[in-house]
Design a protein around this ligand. Structure first.
Ligand code: AMP
Length: 147
């Protein structure tokens, strides 16, 4: 049986991501592997200043609050599972690209992610799941999530 040494769980924090977190914790225990977590903050839009106020300001403030919320949720999960801070990765950009980068940078050998996030259809792979599969350098376990 393949042995995994470094397992990365990808968390979008749209819901509580409980199934993904639980599977990651179980498999890390089973294999005696190091558990890593990643959340990627996606830029909502390229902010533009039309008239000095406004929409761009709202986007910036919404992004800041989403970032803060993700940081809080990541810290809660890390505390619960005993994951050290240097294995809690918060990145900015396109989720699939940042997940690929994290795999390379940390020699991850298994990614655990949901088949879809909040917006995905129950029976279809979501776009992040799909993009992660393309060109990935390690195994991927896609968990059918219920949200
Ligand atoms: P999606 O393909 O966007 O429906 O999401 C499928 C899965 O990709 C989610 O269940 C997460 O495991 C992962 N994922 C999606 N977005 C992110 C994100 N921003 N950061 C980390 N993981 C993500």
């Amino acid at each position: 049986m393949a042995k995994y040494n470094k397992i990365l769980v990808a968390l979008d924090f749209h819901g509580d991501n409980a199934e993904i977190i639980e599977k990651g914790a179980d498999l890390a225990k089973l294999y005696g592997a190091d558990l890593y977590m990643i959340h990627v903050n996606e830029p909502l839009a390229i902010a533009y200043a039309a008239d000095g106020m406004s929409w761009s300001d709202q986007v910036v403030s919404l992004e800041a609050s989403l970032r803060k919320e993700a940081q809080t949720k990541m810290a809660e999960v890390a505390k619960k599972l005993g994951v050290p801070a240097d294995r809690c990765l918060i990145r900015e950009g396109r989720p699939s690209s940042e997940i690929h980068r994290a795999v390379e940078d940390n020699s991850i050998d298994l990614i655990i992610m949901g088949t879809h996030g909040q917006s995905g259809l129950q029976l279809l792979l979501g776009s992040t799941a799909n993009s992660v599969l393309h060109g990935v350098k390690c195994d991927v376990l896609a968990i059918r999530v219920s949200n």
